[in-house]
Design a protein around this ligand. Sequence first.
Ligand code: GDP
Ligand code: ZN
Length: 342
Amino acid sequence: MTSGRAALARYGWDAGWEAAFAPFSQPGSEPGRVTLAHTHIYTVVTGDGDLLARVSGRFRHVARERHEFPAVGDWVVCRRDAGGGRAQIHGLLPRRTRFSRKVAGETTDEQVVAANIDTIFIVMGCDVDFNLRRLERYLVLTRDSGASAIVLLNKADRVPDPQARRQATEALVPNLPVRLLSAKTGLGFDQLAHDLRPGQTIALLGSSGVGKSTIINRLAGSEILRTATVREADDRGRHTTRHRQLVLLPDGAMVIDSPGMRELQLWDASDGFTTTFEDIEALAPGCRFRDCTHRSEPDCAVRQAVERGELPASRLEGYLKLADERRHLEARIEEKRWDKRR
Ligand code: GDP
Ligand code: ZN
């Protein structure tokens, strides 16, 4: 099994995962990483090739919420069926990070869009796409997931002074890594290589048209077509080409690119919320009311800071907008709890 574990290491398997797997370790069970998630069927890469897998009956019985089911990027415990090419998923190793969104519909349910992403590359254009308020939202999403963030300011070739954009972005949050990039000319890609390491899983977030696919293609080079699709035998022995959502890059890092990652909405922003708005949180203790919303209460230290020009009004606007969305979401979660009680 040693060589198998070495093969898994390419997908990020390490001593931590080995320890997490130990309780599941039994003859016939093996770890694998989900490279493609459909509603009920998964492609799982193992130490010995790809498997098509479903969750076992028992797994389905025990897992009650949507987020307890595997997502792309998850490490799972598999058992092969007699034939060998198919498997059942019996367990899910605890996630290090998870990207979630609320599920559209009557109730609010958490759906894990991708798991175990180490670093999110938040892509923003230097051109008309440049918007620090939107970046704040992406930073919140990223921090909530547990992943670290690197900002890629793409399309640097399209503005006369991209360095000014970079400085404005760096001023947003202390120690925020910001890279200037042009996926068109290749500017910044040498530097970007230092942000990637073997076994690391990344994903890109950003508006449509900002250049995410172009960046991935450049990182992947000509390898992408080879790695993005796997050929495997279907039921009748024909070879089919199946798209992957988790792709190995030539330098050993991996990128998760899935439809779900492209349609994210704000989930529970509580942790990321305070860290991203550190300036506002620092002022809040000066408000007269402990639960001040910084909208219309008297003696609000945050609004006073705006009036004195010490805090940009746009910061407060960004904060309030996010607070609204968060409250809205919390109300829906509360409604759902209420539904369950009845
Ligand atoms: P995605 O929707 O985020 O995946 O964006 P795409 O990668 O499809 O890029 C959208 C468009 O922007 C394409 O026409 C790209 O050629 C173009 N584009 C991407 N990166 C750059 C860049 O750095 N500079 C310029 N000028 N155009 C770019
Ligand atoms: Zn206040």
